[in-house]
Each structure stands twice: as C-alpha cells, then as structure tokens.
Design a protein around this ligand. Sequence first.
Ligand SMILES: Nc1ncnc2c1ncn2[C@@H]1O[C@H](COP(=O)(O)OP(=O)(O)OP(=O)(O)O)[C@@H](O)[C@H]1O
Ligand SMILES: [Mg+2]
Length: 281
Amino acid sequence: MASEILRREQTDKSTTQPQLEQGMHPSFLNVLIQKKSIKEKTAGIKHRIGVYSAKGGVGKTTVAVNLAYALSEMGLSVGLLDADIDCPNVTFFMGINTVIPQDYPLKPVVKDGIKVMSTALFIEDKEKPIMWRGPMKGKMLREFFENTSWGDLDYIIIDLPPGTSDTPLSLMQLLDLDGILLVTTPQSIAAKNAIRSGYMAKRMNIHLFGVVETMSGNSPAGALHVSKVLNTDLLGTIKYDEKFNECSDIGKVPFLTEKHIHDAFEDIAKKLSSLGKKTSS
Ligand SMILES: Nc1ncnc2c1ncn2[C@@H]1O[C@H](COP(=O)(O)OP(=O)(O)OP(=O)(O)O)[C@@H](O)[C@H]1O
Ligand SMILES: [Mg+2]
C-alpha cells in the first residue's frame, strides 16, 4: 500500500508543476494547490464535520460512528472517514472485516447505508501495526479525498486522531470543513485538552459546532466549562454506560440497539443538522 501511494505522488508531481507567485513560499503554494484539488474532487459532499479532541480515548470514534448512524436514520446520505490513519478503529466499532483492493479510485465499503473508508480496510491482519511517519499519513489522507469515490453525500463525518499535529493539522488546513464537534469527558484533563483542541480550530479559522460530553455522570460541569471558555454550545451529553464497551467489543453499534443511546445521538444529530456553516468566533 505504502509504495503505491508514493508512486502516485511522483506521477502527480510530474503532471502538476506549481506556479510560484512572487513572494509566495513554496510550501504555502503547495497547500493551496492541494486544497483546491480536494475541493474539486469532493464537490459532491455537502457537509464535512470533524469529530475531534487532542486527547486520546475520550470517545471520538464512538461519537463519530453513532452520529453517522443518527444522521443516516434521518434520511441523509452519510460517509464516515476514519482519519486515524495509523491506528484506525472505526471498522472495529462497526464490525467490518472486509479487505478492499487498492484500485483507484478507492471505493468505500457500505455498511447499513453508510459509506466507510479507513486504512484498516486495506489490511488483512487487522491487528498488524501501521508504522508510518507524518508525511506518509498526510499522503494517505489526501488519497481519501482526492482518489476516493465518495459520490454525492449530505454529510461526511471525519473521525480524527488525537494530537495537534500531522493528521489533524493537515485536515484542518486542506479540507473545507463546515466545523468541528469537540468531544470531552468529565475529567479535567479531558476538558483542558478539549479547550486546547478548540483553540487550534479557532486558530485554523474553523467553526466549532459545540461540545459533546461522553462517559458523563450527573452533571456536565467539565463540558460546560469547555463550551464557556470557547464560546460555543454544549450539544449533548452521553452517560457512562457499559453497553458502549459491550457493543464495541463485538462490533455492534449501540445506536441501533439501545434506545437511550439512540435518542441521545438523535438529539445531537438534529441539533447539528440545524446548524449552518459559520465562521469561527
Ligand atoms: N458513554 C460511554 N460510556 C462508557 N464507555 C464509553 C462511552 N463512550 C465511549 N466509551 C468507551 O471508551 C473507549 C474509548 O472510546 P473511543 O475509542 O471512541 O475513544 P477515542 O477518543 O476515539 O480514542 P482514540 O483517541 O484512541 O482514537 C472505548 O472502549 C469506548 O467503548
Ligand atoms: Mg478513535
């Protein structure tokens, strides 16, 4: 897989020579060229939403997957991109074991009406580690937008990896995101990292749709603090529930089987779909 991506990169470079304008740094020009190309290739996607926190393990993938199901149930066409390139989990959560060929354009796997793309789909042994440095992850991310046949979609939900560099940074730079949904938990370390993540989005001029608290207890005080500091909304709280772990262990999506989880995500999806694209404040 890695060698094929590099070969395509070489071919692309030889056919699209960047034209430097006076005073423009070459790397900045490259970003503009890539951004334009991604915009053209994903013209059929109406809304692009990132699910993000710089902190690991707070429930980003859980929120991304269940939210995708909730939007799909509303009659919307939905894609789900696992942007956690080297540690992909979406396919585990959805019980997808398929291996797809690396034929271009890449074709997402459709499960329960949702179009899914993930690095995990190219790997037979799903527990095999993917050990790539940043530039390689960046190239794979671009393949997912420039060379993947998403077709027409109302929404693409993007499950981001933790951290504030590499993939999250490339995604915020290159993709014309409608906005980001921040995920946090009741822990103050999660809140601090959600705030850090929100500041990153603001610095990249990306709108914040709001905050979702997962693994919640009785009061979402942490998430309220995050939303206050970032001047955004608390979009929903998802209670701590062992059902999430039981379901993810066997690749079942709790939105489909647990009424209270279904209703919580339905509420978030409705709020999200009623919010238009705004610029960051
Ligand atoms: N509301 C909840 N109640 C109980 N467990 C939950 C809840 N939400 C998520 N979990 C569990 O927390 C763990 C981490 O969730 P998840 O993988 O979605 O986090 P993540 O932020 O995507 O992690 P990573 O940063 O590694 O990508 C999983 O085992 C998941 O089942
Ligand atoms: Mg994850």
